[in-house]
Design a protein around this ligand. Structure first.
Ligand SMILES: Nc1ncnc2c1ncn2[C@@H]1O[C@H](COP(=O)(O)OP(=O)(O)OP(=O)(O)O)[C@@H](O)[C@H]1O
Ligand SMILES: [Mg+2]
Length: 245
């Protein structure tokens, strides 16, 4: 697949998404233009219903825009059919949802190995890579547990391991700490921060929590389907503009 070296992780121009609901159109995103480079750590914040999850789903290639342009690793998603979009999603992006989305009756190891099945990786290598990803999030001792036999924090770490197993360039996390107590939330944030600093993986996360947003080098405020403020354009160097909140 075309993957120009040095292309930004994401580039959007006037990105919009409307949902049609019983003949009524809901404009969830109304024209978002942004650029997120490889290796960045970005928090997306904003009121409930402002379009954060809609934006994350578009960036993660789980959904298509109604209008506007989206390039992921330099590839314009409009040029891809559904198979191409699924391939891009599988290879470039790891996605962590608030509600984990794990298979309940399947072991942690198999949950994490699943994305590799779609890539045609052999069983032995799948298991080995899943084991390494689970070790990286501190779960080497829980490989055979099912999600129902794990704590919320452990389940969230399984979801992160699953997002990491394919070596993505970007991890998108929609309220990854939303269902966790503060200790587990801190642990999950520590894993994401390490991933960003040690492996250069770009992290884009949605959060309602100020302490979590403060850990990000850049914050994008979304309101009514538009970017209200982007700290990258505030102080120019990507460092936190702490008075921005
Ligand atoms: N599948 C859908 N069909 C119709 N409307 C939708 C759909 N998904 C989201 N919306 C609407 O689009 C708007 C943006 O929703 P979105 O889920 O992006 O908000 P959010 O910022 O993630 O909110 P929250 O913080 O509550 O998760 C909301 O008004 C929502 O009701
Ligand atoms: Mg949401």
């Amino acid at each position: 697949m075309n993957d120009p070296e040095g292309a930004p992780a994401f580039e959007t121009v006037d990105l919009a998404r409307s949902y049609k609901l019983e003949g009524v159109s809901v404009d969830a995103l109304r024209g978002v233009s942004l650029r997120i480079d490889r290796g960045e750590f970005v928090a997306i914040i904003g009121p409930s219903g402002s379009g954060k999850s809609t934006l994350m789903h578009l960036l993660g290639c789980l959904d298509r825009p109604t209008s506007g342009t989206l390039r992921v690793n330099g590839v314009d998603v409009a040029t891809l059919d559904d198979t191409g979009l699924a391939e891009l999603r599988n290879q470039a992006v790891g996605f962590v949802f608030q509600s984990f989305h794990l298979l309940g009756r399947t072991s942690a190891l198999e949950n994490v190995a699943l994305p590799l099945v779609y890539r045609g990786v052999g069983k032995a290598e799948r298991r080995e890579r899943a084991r390494r990803a689970l070790s990286a999030v501190g779960l080497a001792h829980r490989l055979d547990h099912r999600p129902s036999q794990m704590s919320g924090g452990e389940q969230q770490r399984v979801a992160i391991a699953r997002a990491l197993v394919g070596d993505p360039k970007v991890v998108l996390a929609d309220e990854p700490t939303g269902n966790l107590d503060s200790r587990n939330g801190q642990e999950v944030m520590g894993i994401l921060a390490d991933l960003n600093s040690a492996r250069g993986v770009a992290v884009v996360l949605v959060t309602h929590e100020r302490e979590v947003a403060d850990l990000a080098r850049r914050r994008i405020h979304v309101r009514d389907g538009l970017i209200e403020l982007d700290t990258a354009h505030q102080d120019g160097d990507g460092r936190p503009g702490r008075d921005a909140l």
